[in-house]
Design a binder for this molecule. Sequence first.
Ligand SMILES: Cc1ncc(COP(=O)(O)O)c(C=O)c1O
Length: 394
Amino acid sequence: MEFSRRISALRPSAIREILKAPTDPETVSLAAGNPSPEAFPAAEMAVIAAEIFANDAAGALQYGISEGYGPLRERTRERVRVKHGIGRAGDDLIITSGAQQAVELAAKALLNEGDTVICEDPSFIGSLNALRSYGVKLVGVPCGGAGMDLDGLERAFREHPEAKMVYTIPTFQNPTGEVMPLAARKRLLELAAKYDAAVLEDDPYRELRYDGEDVPAIKSMDTEGRVIYAGSFSKIVAPGIRLGFALAPAPLIAKMTAAKQVSDVHSNLFFQILVERYMARHDLDAHIARCRDLYRTRRDVMDAALKRHMPGVRWRVPEGGLFLWIELPGGIDGTDFCRRAKERKVMAVPGSAFLTDEGGFSGAARLNFSLPSPEQIETGVSRLGETYLEMTSP
Ligand SMILES: Cc1ncc(COP(=O)(O)O)c(C=O)c1O
């Protein structure tokens, strides 16, 4: 059977195969991107779910509209407007099956095969693959400690003035955890305007800030309708419900809606109703504050464990998000490191998995601190330390 070019472009990389391979039950995984189940508001959701089944099953189990459940759309729009200053006149909002689908629909609506998209390098695999699946050429710009390096972006635009889009995760970037400062966000918008490119701002971690000051979303500074904002309920409610959203100029949302109609028709209506009622009845901000406390503690446990077990390795303590990015010294290959770490019963994701050039070299690895318990973090990092020692001792 001959597969389409579109899907053939998505090669299961050797790295992902390593991660998938069966693991010992003793293995500690620092490789996931998952929130902690302790952060799911399951008890509150159970009560609302029972009510929906008892009183509103006919509506909740029926087909819905592709743009999403009206009350959830309105509530989400209001929330991002009030909390983050996002959404201008002429924008519209579509509920999607996660931010993943928001990125995919935006790519489908805006990009042709052969178009150029500039993005951070490394960046989120799910989005890179969504872009790859449309035959897009990815031009990576390194992260220099403060998100996408803006001089690098300017160079990329000079070399690729035809670029149609900048895809960015400016807040607690996945995988690096970096935050793009305000001045850089403004400059990014200016450059996008100069080269007439769209900006796809992927922002699922914004509310998971553990310290420091919020930096306004790029979308909040968008006066021209150039920015598509993708948000998610995955990290602040639960990922299994598959709910996110895109906020963008109404004509684009209309095209994304048409694209969604031929994809999954609409996102799960039952959970859309459930989340709207959860937001109406409970204090989502108070819930998020509890998630932040949980994750801040785990981040700090990981930082302390790294200090103890991995001298010589570099990392920045992320101010939010779910990941800590370690850079190994002396040309150590991150893929080799993660392969050996797995033999020592700890899993991390090698930096090369996130590169625009899938065959490229990276001396880094991504560690997740939200899912493992503090004890698992300690055990996992001490095993990473043993792996590192093995690779650095003469
Ligand atoms: C940067 C980024 N964008 C999008 C997603 C997808 O999230 P969702 O569960 O909302 O589809 C993730 C998930 O890890 C992510 O890290």
